[in-house]
Design a protein. Structure first.
Length: 283
């Protein structure tokens, strides 16, 4: 059935995009692509892959985070005369973070969030210890973090992958310090599944820079062709790792429903589908 369709596409009788959307064609290509796979490790993106934030109102969450951090710093400052008004504090920080985030995307290098927090506190007459800086970072993240949800029985599905002798890791683009995201994973009782976690805030390399994937593979002790990357972004979680020979799985979500996915990439709606998908590859 497939060969006649291909010939018809070749002579222009059928649009090629119509063909690749056919379930039988996609299944055949995926079978060919995965028939020799020997997966040893699964690399996960974090946001919209493990944590589901949905449609995010950035300004609203930033305002809430600014209020929490302002109150915390105000408490530490006591009667400090340098302390600004909340309006000035909020305006200064949102401009600073947006500017650094813009340049981190241009240069594909993560900015140093902790240095930024330290400098901001110093300008307000405060010298913070590491623990206080980490607390400050958590308060910035807390409103967004509290909005995060997990798919049903996520821990059970991750346990199934572990029971298949697969090594699990996280690769995430984030300017937040690792302590913040590790704390959030621990609160959801997921940290135990991921002994290897590579955050761009630690490496300063952002996906799709090949070095952030290579660092993770080295930590896991597996080769690129023995790993699969699962994520919701085509550039960072599909094209980037594919250049190294890492297999890829695209996770559908509320923010990427209309994305056109390459024919040789498997698509899932939930992590629950992943164990069976990998078992089929391993047969």
């Amino acid at each position: 059935m497939i060969l006649p369709l291909v010939l018809m596409a070749f002579i222009g009788k059928i649009n090629v995009h119509m063909i690749i959307k056919l379930p039988i064609v996609r299944a055949a290509v995926l079978y060919y692509h995965s028939s020799t796979m020997a997966i040893q490790a699964v690399l996960f993106d974090l946001g919209e892959t493990l944590f589901n934030y949905g449609e995010v109102d950035v300004n609203a969450y930033f305002l809430q985070g600014a209020r929490l951090t302002y109150d915390y710093l105000r408490q530490l400052a006591g009667s400090n005369d340098k302390f600004p008004s909340f309006k000035k504090y909020h305006r200064r920080h949102i401009a600073s973070i947006k500017w650094r985030y813009f340049w981190s995307n241009v240069k594909n290098r993560e900015f140093d969030c902790m240095a930024l927090l330290h400098k901001g506190a110093w300008n307000m007459g405060l010298s913070l210890e590491q623990e206080q800086l980490e607390r400050l970072a958590w308060l910035w993240y807390q409103p967004l973090g509290e909005s995060a949800t997990l798919e049903a029985d996520l821990a059970c599905h991750l346990r199934k992958l572990s029971d298949m002798s697969l090594k699990l890791a996280i690769i995430s683009n984030t300017f937040l310090p690792s302590s913040v995201l590790d704390q959030h994973l621990e609160r959801f009782d997921l940290l135990r599944f991921f002994p290897v976690r590579t955050y761009s805030s630690d490496t300063f390399f952002r996906k799709p820079d090949r070095r952030i994937y290579q660092i993770t593979l080295e930590r896991l002790g597996v080769s690129a062709d023995a790993a699969v990357m699962v994520g919701d972004k085509l550039r960072e979680d599909v094209r980037g790792p594919a250049r190294l020979g890492i297999k890829t799985v695209f996770k559908r979500g509320c923010n990427n429903k209309r994305k056109r996915v390459p024919l040789n990439v498997s698509v899932i709606d939930n992590i629950a589908e992943l164990p069976a998908l990998i078992r089929n590859w391993q047969k």
